[in-house]
Design a protein around this ligand. Structure first.
Ligand code: DAK
Length: 259
């Protein structure tokens, strides 16, 4: 896959693909072209049977410093409405395969929101998370007020959104925003390892389990439980369920085929 603003590499580990945001001079600011490329890359990898998990990263200095302020500065409300960037973000959110973010340096504004679209987050000890939109006269627009609040709670989310202050990777881990912090030299390797570990599991079970965990964010408990149960029953229609359970009984390693 050839793109202008991102790099896509398959088989960085068995069944694992890597997407790298690639506007280093602009700290990976998310312009419209980059967002459309991301949407296309996620859609293609989601359909690709040789991919079972996806890692999303930037570079050591920046995951992404937010939406491209230079591109947005002159826009009016109607321009923003017409561009309808939300449909792009929604498409990323609907990716069925698990996404691990590997974050180093700045993850700000839309960059932090993009991180929160991912399912798991491994951060370098240099990572900084923030929603500084308030400093440029706006507010988070791609889920920051909702996802950040659900992840870190009202008090910290309110402080971050209203003052624009950044938090360190250590603070983000303590607040529950990310999975863990590792030294800068290891963040990408750790994220790929986590994705590769998940990729050894049945891809159908992984897909339905991901969908069920995400359901907890937009449903009441009873509805979520019902949804989970239906997915659980559905997995008994797969060969992978038979293989997984038989392998356990026969004391051997399961070979999952995604069927
Ligand atoms: N946009 C455009 N360019 C950016 C940028 C950004 N967000 N962040 C950095 N850059 C550019 C800088 O302008 C600079 O370019 P040159 O001057 O060299 O041409 C280059 O990257 C290096 O940045 P600095 O020289 O500023 O580097 P420093 O180390 O001094 O500072 C910094 C790093 C990250 C603290 C600083 O660059 C900064 O404060 N950046 C802006 C952070 C920010 O405010 N982020 C939030 C942006 S608003 C939407 C969905 C989401 C959004 C909007 C709509 N829809 C669904 C409709 C999201 C909005 C946002 O994210």
């Amino acid at each position: 896959m050839e793109f202008e603003f991102i790099l896509v590499e398959k088989e960085v580990a068995p069944y694992v693909a890597l997407i790298r945001l690639n506007r280093p001079k602009e700290l990976n600011a998310l312009n419209l072209g980059l967002m459309l490329e991301l949407k296309a890359a996620f859609a293609a990898l989601d359909e690709d049977d040789t991919v079972r998990a996806i890692v999303l990263t930037g570079n050591d200095r920046a995951f992404a410093a937010g939406a491209d302020i230079k591109q947005m500065a002159g826009k009016g409300a109607i321009d923003m409405l017409k561009i309808d960037q939300f449909s792009t973000w929604d498409a990323i959110r609907k990716t069925k395969k698990p996404i691990v973010a590997a974050v180093s340096g700045f993850a700000l504004g839309g960059g932090c929101e993009l991180v929160m679209h991912c399912d798991m987050i491994i951060a370098s000890d240099t990572a900084k998370f923030g929603q500084p939109e308030i400093n440029i006269g706006v507010m988070p627009g791609a889920g920051g007020t909702q996802r950040l609040t659900k992840a870190v709670g009202k008090a910290l989310a309110m402080e971050m959104v209203l003052t624009g202050k950044f938090i360190s990777a250590e603070e983000a881990a303590a607040a529950g925003l990310i999975n863990r912090v590792v030294p800068e030299a290891l963040y990408l390797e750790e994220a790929i390892k986590l994705a590769a570990d998940i990729a050894t599991r049945s891809p159908i079970a992984v897909q339905l389990a991901k969908e069920s965990v995400l359901k907890a964010f937009d449903s009441h408990l009873q509805e979520g439980l019902y949804f989970e149960r239906k997915n659980f029953y559905m997995l008994f229609a797969t060969e992978d369920q038979k293989e997984g359970m038989n392998a356990f009984v026969e004391k051997r390693k399961a070979e999952f085929k995604g069927k």
